[in-house]
Design a protein around this ligand. Sequence first.
Ligand code: PAD
Ligand code: ZN
Ligand code: ZN
Length: 359
Amino acid sequence: MTTSTLAAVIYEQGQPAVVETLELGDPGPGEVMVKIGGTGVCHSDHNVYSGYRKTEDLPTILGHEGAGIVEKVGAGVHGLDEGDKVVFAIRPMCGKCKYCSTGRWNLCSPITSHTPTAEFRKNETKYFGGVATFTEHTVVWENNVVKVDSEIPLDKAALVGCAVITGVGAVVNRAKVETGSTVAVWGCGGVGLNVIQGAYLAGASRIIAVDINADKFQYATQVGATDTVDASQTDAVEAIRGLTGGGVDYAFEVIGQPATLRQALEATCEGGTAVLVGAAPDDGEVMIPMRHLFLDRALIGCSAGTGRPRYDFQWLIELYKQGRLKLDDLVTRTRPLTEVNEAFRDMEAGAVARTVLVP
Ligand code: PAD
Ligand code: ZN
Ligand code: ZN
């Protein structure tokens, strides 16, 4: 049996997404079909849409930051039932590879992952995609979803799967920011705002939000920024050195540009750490003065918040329920899935913190 489902498809990078009806097969062994309840529009989707990051796997179905309800369960699936609320994990969690075995779930080896046997089809076309949440229904490996508290609204839960785990996780799992530290964050989009709220949760003493769009600072302040620097008006590195008397302990680049990564490193104090969260362009390279690293500075990357989805999603949702993790303020617009291209335009214009598409 197949299920008809709307899906946002990229046939050619640099061209608008096409929202159309595809046929989706039933979940095979170890797979589940999820009815999408909400899916956030992340800049990583925009990178595929725009061609900032090239892909050969076309046509591709976008979307990875999602939450929904399990609708069909394949044979041999354990711990997931029809009606369960789930959040998607960007990376699978096989539980067996070197990385899973050493607690580094975000690096789970693609070699051991499972591509669903259920495919999206229209005529003979084969569609690529990850968890493919810019849809009404998707089928994924059981290890790509985490069952979560049934009380959390799906349009808010969606953010936990990417923006929240990536941002908060970069602070607490990867950088391990200590209470009292000073922090600067380049880029106050959906992910950067979660780095800011992660730094707030970690007890950072100073949280400096950097952006070239001053409209973003209202959101940054709402989630815990203590200072703002408009990099379109001022030299951000100088401003941060001035505010902190020599540089921050931790600087997070959450844009994905070589120039801002270099700025982030330069804004750290001696012994400080710069963390690359933004997704690099395919040919992105950055030159850094060797003497910077000599003075005990570190430059590190962070994928998916160095997250352990089965564990981290639960405590993040618990903090949301207690009012300590802000998600309602971050979903500044919801749109139907059919308006995915308008949502990308809002992102380009800096008109939103996060858009959630609701099929
Ligand atoms: P977004 O478009 O919502 O926000 C980007 C922000 O950066 C906007 O507020 C811009 O105004 C701002 N900005 C742009 N250029 C500059 C500049 N030169 N100086 C200062 N600010 C600037 O994006 P997002 O928050 O959805 O994603 C941010 C990045 O994080 C993007 O590269 C995305 O692909 C990456 C990402 N990484 C992971 C990971 O696992 N590491 C996961 C999810 C997203
Ligand atoms: Zn994302
Ligand atoms: Zn693994």
